[in-house]
Design a protein around this ligand. Sequence first.
Ligand code: UDP
Ligand code: MG
Length: 311
Amino acid sequence: MEKISVVVPCYNEEEVIPLFYQEILKTIEKMKKQLTFEVIFVNDGSKDKTLQEIRTLAKQDTKIRYISFSRNFGKEAAMLAGLEYATGDYITTMDVDLQDPPYLLEEMFRLIKEEGYDCVATKSTSRHGYSPFRKFCTKWYYRIIGAISKTEMIAGARDFRLMTRQMVDAILSMKEYNRYSKGLFSFVGFDTKWIEYENQDRIAGTTKWNFWKLFSYALDGMTAFSTAPLVLSAIIGILFCFIAFIMVIAIILKTVIWGDPVSGWPSLACIIFLVGGVQLFCTGIIGQYLAKTYLEAKKRPIYIIKETEKM
Ligand code: UDP
Ligand code: MG
């Protein structure tokens, strides 16, 4: 019989894990005629009792496997570790907070099996439950990255998806350190079916993302999947050279025609500030890419495992 691996990253989710387990069991029960299951919890350096909860489940139920990190490495690292650890023919990644409802797996599996897709991905139709500010930033982020990146980024896409082994192997062949899954999933191609559902509220616990974490994740996505900001700084450079050239000619003409009374230092000070600012901005953009390259070059491990169910 074929097997589905369910990869679940967890960071400080002690209250949610038992609830998630009950819910996924219902789905496993419904699909047990066609499939076997393994559920891989990835404990991303939680500081609460998440690991104890997972250990308890793994002792009772052989379908439960887990990886526990030596510290918090972030959701991207947790998903990667889970995908590498998974042994199934089909692999799904989902959040533990039940914002990605497990019952959808039945329909997702049917689409892959009967309609021949390689991947069934989900997006939420509304962002209900998120603050208006977060909604606004998300909307504009997808517009900008859509315009500057060749890799297609779907607005509202969640990390909840079911993939074939072939597609997961393609994703695992990309060893980059700065991982941005939404981009990687899209980069590898394959036939993807998008299904939509209403955004669900988190069942318990709190979100692990604050504004700065999301902001830096968004920047990671941009630098990982677009070099347009570098082009932007080059364009600004050319534009400023052009303006300077026009100004030089204008000043020469003015001096020749009307003479040169000394005045205009305030405007000079403004120009110096403006040009200085633009230069720093462009250096900053280049610095971003350089920093990413530096991290890639070091080839540090993306995560470090401290414990698994086999230990
Ligand atoms: N998560 C993780 N490591 C982190 C942050 C989050 O493994 O550093 C997990 C978290 O436990 C959850 C999923 O990623 O299963 C999504 O996180 P969350 O629900 O807090 O994000 P939101 O749904 O608010 O975007
Ligand atoms: Mg969530």
